[in-house]
Design a protein around this ligand. Structure first.
Ligand SMILES: CC(C)(COP(=O)(O)OP(=O)(O)OC[C@H]1O[C@@H](n2cnc3c(N)ncnc32)[C@H](O)[C@@H]1OP(=O)(O)O)[C@@H](O)C(=O)NCCC(=O)NCCS
Length: 323
């Protein structure tokens, strides 16, 4: 049975997430608040599949101004490959359609084939590479110790938000006025990993010289690796300089996928109408009656400001282990 999730289903959601996800959504600290946010703001988009009373799968999402966003979908390992994920996703799409939106978007590190089978197209990829920083003794060049005033001068006003990271005790900042700047932080779950959160530079050479200073600084702090989101244009150069596909369970390449729903919704509605008309014609052959379409359920016409980026989304070839 598939139904809307309620607050009391939270333990079930945590348990399915813990056994199904490889990414950080397996952690209660991530999925718990995400689910609570979801049932508070978009209750109809929190959907569960049940076997008796036991939750065996869920789909959790939200609406942006123009589309539905699937944040997470998971099926308990014992119940995978039985069509449950597909049913959850179809129900999710129907609910998004009924709210008047015509697209669903999502990001996934692993389930590319599942979504492709469900009609989703890959619309982008955020390639995350890692570099192990131990195994080198190149020292940090102190001319790359960037000050707050250098940084303020370097950033455009619309970039200032990224500067908040500078005030975090776990921030690792490197930069020089003539080269650019990188702001990175210790990973939320591991001091061994430093993740770049913002970079500003002109040209690939500047980027890589900033990264090699970051590498040295990360090493000084006792970190094991650094991660960075690379543009496709720089991936080959990065791979040639000792960067590799991220294998950290804390940073995955994300594939952004999208599906347009309009034609599908029309087809669903038409099929339901045809079935109702056929039933009506069977009961009353002389006077077939058109069945009025149900008005869509009410959703707020102005949604709360929603600026959150997709949490996670296929560049081919697919990475090893992707579905
Ligand atoms: C992705 C997931 C939700 C799919 O749920 P499911 O119930 O197993 O999926 P279905 O049975 O409906 O499968 C539909 C199709 O998806 C593809 N698929 C699903 N799981 C697959 C796998 N492990 N490997 C390859 N293809 C897979 C297949 O094409 C499958 O059709 P088929 O069985 O006829 O070949 C489930 O595998 C899961 O929970 N994975 C872990 C969590 C995750 O990665 N979630 C997505 C990121 S948000």
């Amino acid at each position: 049975m598939i139904r809307q999730l309620k607050a009391k289903d939270l333990p079930g959601v945590l348990s399915v997430a813990a056994s199904s996800f490889k990414e950080e959504a397996r952690r209660p600290e991530v999925i718990g608040p995400g689910f609570i946010d979801g049932i508070t703001r978009f209750p109809s988009l929190q959907i569960g599949a049940f076997e008796g009373d036991r939750l065996i799968g869920f789909a959790i999402g939200e609406l942006s101004e123009d589309w539905g966003i699937l944040d997470w979908i998971a099926v308990a390992p014992s119940h995978q490959r039985m069509g449950i994920g597909s049913e959850l996703l179809k129900q999710f799409e129907r609910t998004v359609s009924l709210s008047g939106k015509q697209r669903v978007r999502l990001g996934t590190p692993f389930a590319v084939n599942f979504y492709a089978k469900m009609g989703y197209a890959c619309v982008g990829v955020q390639r995350v590479l890692q570099k192990v920083v131990v195994g080198s003794d190149q020292p940090f060049d102190s001319s790359f110790s960037i000050t707050l005033s250098d940084l303020v001068d370097m950033l455009e006003s619309f970039e200032l938000d990224s500067m908040k990271c500078f005030f975090s005790p776990s921030c690792v900042a490197v930069g020089r006025r003539d080269v650019g700047a990188i702001l990175a932080t210790e990973n939320r779950w591991s001091k061994d990993q430093i993740d770049v959160v913002f970079s500003k530079y002109e040209g690939s050479e500047s980027h890589f010289s900033l990264l090699s200073q970051l590498e040295a600084k990360a090493r000084e702090r006792g970190a094991y690796l650094i991660t960075e989101k690379f543009d496709e244009s720089e991936v080959a150069a990065a791979l040639g300089r000792g960067w590799e596909e991220s294998r950290s369970p804390l940073a995955w390449t994300t594939y952004y996928m999208e599906k347009r729903l309009r034609a599908r919704l029309r087809a669903i509605t038409k099929a339901a109408e045809d079935a109702a008309n056929a039933e009506s014609a069977r009961k009353n052959p002389l006077k077939p009656k058109a069945v009025a379409r149900k008005p869509p359920p009410k959703v707020p016409s102005v949604l709360p400001a929603f600026t959150k980026e997709l949490k996670r989304p296929a560049r081919l070839p697919l990475p090893p282990g992707s579905l």
